[in-house]
Design a protein around this ligand. Structure first.
Ligand code: FAD
Length: 179
């Protein structure tokens, strides 16, 4: 897609969206592409009005801690944590040796995941990463788990987070930590 994330450059008139707010394909702020802090900043400024989106100002105790009530739609971080939990747990329950059918289905799943992930900027980068010599490695649990860990680390690096030690992916997601 030709969409661009909302940029954080130059002087900001009151009508501009706060830093970190990403627009969706419909031109409206994309909840699952935006952190809760940016979303709340937008709601406070009322800058979503050009698109007439409803951005109900959260109650004071919620804005103070920036905690999202549990029954609200997910922001980019909550969605990400849930998605990684699903993906690593899929790798953890993957067969030690996968049949060619399982390999085909898993590759298809990852490609569709890269198309349908609700944060479109995340999905675009994930597809680009897979295309750039990182096709899913799905022959075995060890391969798939390692590949998933590398995929997650690529996002960690992009976001300026620490890389995870992929030798430990199975302890984190399958067996539990050794004492
Ligand atoms: P997370 O990164 O969600 O990690 C959850 C837990 O997984 C960690 O606590 C740790 O125990 C474990 N872990 C961490 N790294 C690894 C690893 N390499 N292997 C195995 N286990 C690990 N957010 C954005 O803001 N921009 C993006 O472009 C973006 N792209 C994403 C693309 C995909 C495909 C997905 C699934 C998510 C993406 N996210 C993106 C969300 C982002 O990766 C995080 O999920 C989110 O920022 C919350 O981070 P967190 O620090 O709570 O932990």
């Amino acid at each position: 897609p030709e969409q661009k994330a909302q940029v954080d450059e130059g002087d900001r008139s009151p009508k501009q969206l706060p830093k970190g707010v990403v627009l969706g394909p419909d031109g409206k702020p994309c909840r699952s592409c935006t952190s809760v802090s940016s979303w709340f900043a937008m709601a406070k400024q009322g800058t979503a009005n050009p698109t007439n989106i409803s951005t109900t100002t959260p109650p004071a105790q919620v804005t103070a801690s920036l905690d999202m009530p549990a029954d609200c739609p997910p922001d980019v971080e909550q969605l990400g944590r849930s998605a990684w939990t699903l993906l690593h747990t899929m790798a953890a329950s993957y067969p030690e040796k996968a049949s060619s059918e399982q390999q085909k289905e898993t590759t298809t799943f990852m490609q569709l995941f890269g198309k349908m992930y609700p944060c479109w900027v995340c999905a675009d980068d994930f597809r680009a990463w897979m295309k750039d010599g990182n096709e899913p490695r799905v022959s075995s649990r060890a391969d798939f788990g390692q590949w998933m860990c590398e995929a997650h680390n690529a996002v960690n690096v992009k976001l300026g987070k620490k890389s995870f030690d992929c030798k430990k992916w199975e302890e984190r997601w399958r067996t539990g930590w050794k004492d």
